[in-house]
Ligand binder design. Structure first.
Ligand code: UD1
Length: 421
């Protein structure tokens, strides 16, 4: 199992290109199941999660070809030869559940394994299932699988999500494109990844309005066509790397960065004493002066502060001047990075969904362990500014969501290398 070795203390200067969004790509790929014509995604990120989705789609009978070193995914689902998403693939990645809506909509039937437990809380799929039922599907849960059927096809409906869910909105949106009649999704998620999915579906012939607001209206059509679509910039990769010069000092430009993708995050950076400016190619980040200030953060659905940047923000606040309170409102049990940061000398108290971080002057290198995707990168950020060496083990979590992390940070002057065991 690989580890990442970081020798902290270097200022970072240079340019980091930001990849296409993992979470957008994972929702766009199952859209291929909606049409018998080819769907091509450009600006795809090169990540193990994308390989997992590729395997899943292939197991269902889709052809998925990775071109240009993985940056282009050419997909075609002429025939769906298998309508069962197997446990062995679904258990690896929760986003696998996104094949349910498209399969049901196109084939009128689908069998999808329940995703099972997850390190950052229970993460049920009840909202996905309720949305499918609202669209006329009958569901049965048996042997760890969801057996779904829509005899005579799905039917448009009004569905009001009891809480905002990105994945359930995506599943329902895809399913509704081929349903008979009009669907109105209320209290829908507004994340940029949903907007990207809706835009791609519209290019495929879907009739969708209101993406990016909390009500999305979909007029069902008989069939969808193929298209080519560029995956939107990864706002979480962007926000993560924006924290690197904030933590280490220096100035870094982020190619493809857009303020509208990271608005709430930039407000907190500003309050912490980090300057973000727009350039022709993206965004530039540097510290305004001296030490970072403490700030309080509450995670919320978009356009709020993203839960997927909470761990990385905590890494920054560990060395801020003063006391910061981070409140996690999306997932329970999402402070698993805190004990690891404490091993590096951070002062953090976790009480339920709140973490109080008292800034220290310096962190010290240590052996730490990645527990999930965003936690693992928060340890790397902390290590970049820590005194001495840090070894982050279990980096397979990192490879799920960050392509070539050591190359991207190394090019800006960080001392970071991958160590294969
Ligand atoms: C997506 C992102 C993930 C991000 C999360 C929140 C992908 C592949 N993953 O995950 O990186 O952290 O959005 O921004 O896009 N919930 C239910 N029942 C459901 C579904 C969700 O109770 O059926 C709850 C969850 O447990 C959680 C909250 O709703 O507390 C939000 O989850 P959701 O937005 O669905 O997250 P994902 O789509 O799984």
């Amino acid at each position: 199992m690989d580890s990442i070795l970081v020798r902290g203390g270097a200022e970072l200067n240079g340019v980091i290109p930001i990849a296409g969004a993992k979470n957008a790509c994972l929702a766009l790929m199952p859209a291929t199941l909606l049409s018998d014509e080819p769907l091509t995604l450009t600006n795809a990120p090169r990540l193990s999660d994308i390989k997992t989705m590729t395997q899943l789609l292939q197991s269902l009978g889709a052809e998925v070809t990775s071109l240009q070193d993985g940056k282009v995914l050419a997909m075609s689902s002429h025939d769906l030869s298998n309508l069962t998403a197997d446990y062995d693939i679904v258990r690896k990645m929760r986003a696998s559940f996104l094949v349910l809506g498209p399969m049901l909509a196109r084939a009128g039937r689908a069998v999808v394994s329940l995703p099972g437990g997850c390190a950052i809380g229970a993460r049920p799929v009840d909202l996905h299932l309720k949305a499918m039922e609202a669209l006329g599907a009958t569901l049965e849960l048996r042997d760890g699988y969801v057996y779904a059927e829509a005899k005579g096809g799905l039917k448009g409906a009004v569905f009001d999500f009891p809480l905002v869910s990105v994945g359930a909105t995506e599943n329902a949106l895809m399913a509704a494109t081929l349903a008979k009649g009009t669907t109105e999704l209320r209290n829908a998620a507004r994340e940029p990844e949903i907007v990207d999915l809706a835009r791609c579906l519209r290019k495929m012939g879907a009739r969708i309005e209101g993406e990016g607001t909390s009500t999305i209206t979909i007029e069902g059509v008989d069939r969808l066509t193929g298209t080519t679509h560029p995956v939107v910039t990864d706002r979480i990769e962007l926000g993560t790397y924006m924290l690197a010069p904030a933590i280490c000092g220096g100035e870094v430009e982020f190619l493809g960065g857009r303020i509208d993708l990271v608005g709430a995050f930039c407000e907190k950076l500003d309050a912490a004493g980090i300057s973000v400016s727009e350039t022709e190619r993206g965004l530039k980040v540097k510290r305004k002066n001296g030490r970072v200030n403490a700030v309080d953060v509450i995670t919320a659905p978009f356009p709020g502060f993203p839960t997927d940047l909470q761990a990385q923000m905590m890494a920054l606040l560990c060395t801020a001047e003063g006391v910061s309170v981070l409140e996690e409102r999306i997932f329970e049990n999402r402070f698993m990075h805190a004990p690891e940061l404490i091993r590096m000398g951070a002062k953090i108290d976790v009480h339920g969904g709140q973490a109080t971080v008292t800034g220290v002057e310096k962190l010290r290198g240590a052996r730490v362990m990645a527990t999930d995707l965003r936690a693992s990168v928060s340890l790397i950020l902390a290590a970049l500014a820590a005194e001495g060496e840090t070894v982050v083990s279990r980096v397979y979590h990192l490879d799920r969501g960050y392509e070539r992390v050591e190359e991207k940070l190394g090019a800006c002057g960080a001392s970071i290398e991958r160590v294969s065991s």
